[in-house]
Design a protein around this ligand. Structure first.
Ligand SMILES: [Zn+2]
Length: 120
């Protein structure tokens, strides 16, 4: 888990759309429905990204995947402009407390832009 319980509560109060809240929670606890996890749960045959051919985990989706490049490059620009490192742990909770709200907002927007809001 990336966060302490107090931080979950803080973030949950900030988020207006419950589905985003659930996805961010899943991402933070490592239970986002990536192909890696679906394979682990025997819900798919392959854990590979069907575009890039490498394991589809959260790191891959947010940082590397060609399929989501438009949305994730926007996220990268947004967080880096705020002085936040574009790293998965940073985005999911290690960002400084006063920047966490924005980070989660950007991440939520990215998840929506990628269409993963219905998948993860
Ligand atoms: Zn990919």
């Amino acid at each position: 888990m990336y966060l302490e319980i107090t931080e979950y509560i803080y973030v949950n109060h900030e988020m207006k759309r419950p589905e985003k809240k659930v996805i961010i929670f899943r991402m933070r606890t490592g239970h986002g429905k990536t192909k890696k996890m679906l394979k682990r749960w025997n819900m798919t045959d392959s854990s590979d990204c069907n575009v890039c051919g490498v394991e589809e985990n959260l790191q891959h989706i947010i940082m590397e995947c060609k399929k989501y490049e438009t949305a994730t490059s926007r996220l990268k620009e947004q967080v880096e402009n705020r002085g936040i490192q574009f790293r998965i742990k940073e985005l999911l909770g290690k960002a400084a407390k006063n920047k966490q709200r924005e980070t989660v907002k950007y991440l939520g927007q990215c998840v929506k832009d990628t269409g993963l809001i219905d998948a993860l």
